[in-house]
Design a protein around this ligand. Structure first.
Ligand code: IMP
Ligand code: MG
Length: 181
């Protein structure tokens, strides 16, 4: 896809090109394929930021898997307490005996993922692991002790757009990931 970068109204710097992302997604899919042979994999997409990553990742996993979607209330990147993140739309599939892979676009403070994990654990799955394309490690809230099992790129603590990540619901369709300046 050719995206006219001049249509981006804000100054930006590309930090991950589409080819780099593609290679990483292929590698993550390969690792997950190896690890989940003979398991009952349920891949859960965290809406909406993960949609592009999720769509590419599940096609890079060479296993029969089930998919579902979850969304949480967003708090616009502010470092608020974890109590503020609520489950807006829950998954529909029963998870008993299932091996959940929670697929996130980016882990920033870690508050959203912690909240979702806690919620999903309550449903009694066999296992839960996290796969995140991007990780702003330095931004982690000290109360969030999450371990990312499959992690793509460590990224700087800048506001990122593209490949699913939005700014005011725009730019999710950019094939690359850019930092707004
Ligand atoms: P956390 O709860 O602070 O870890 O933030 C997680 C969610 O905030 C991610 O799933 C994204 O949807 C959103 N988010 C965090 N950083 C960015 C960014 O740089 N650009 C766009 N969305 C972001
Ligand atoms: Mg997200």
């Amino acid at each position: 896809m050719k995206y006219d970068m001049n249509t981006l109204i804000y100054p930006h710097e590309i930090i991950l090109f589409s080819e780099q992302i593609k290679e990483m997604v292929t590698e993550l899919g390969r690792q997950i394929t190896v690890d989940y042979v003979n398991r009952d994999l349920l891949a859960i997409c965290v809406l909406k930021g993960s949609i592009i990553f999720f769509a590419d990742l599940i096609r890079a996993i060479d296993l029969p898997l089930a998919t579902d979607f979850i969304s949480v209330s967003s708090y616009n990147g502010k470092k608020e307490s974890s109590g503020k993140v609520e489950i807006k739309n829950d998954i529909a599939i029963p998870v008993k005996e299932k091996d959940i892979l929670l697929v996130e676009d980016i882990i920033d403070t870690g508050i959203s993922v912690s909240r979702i994990i806690e919620h999903l654990k309550g449903k009694g799955p066999r296992s839960i692991k996290i796969c995140a394309l991007l990780d702003k490690k330095g931004a982690r809230n000290p109360s969030c002790h999450i371990r990312c099992d499959y992690s793509g790129f460590d990224v700087p603590e800048k506001f990122l757009i593209g490949y699913g990540l939005d700014y005011n619901e725009k730019y999710r369709n950019l094939p690359f990931i850019a930092a707004m300046e």
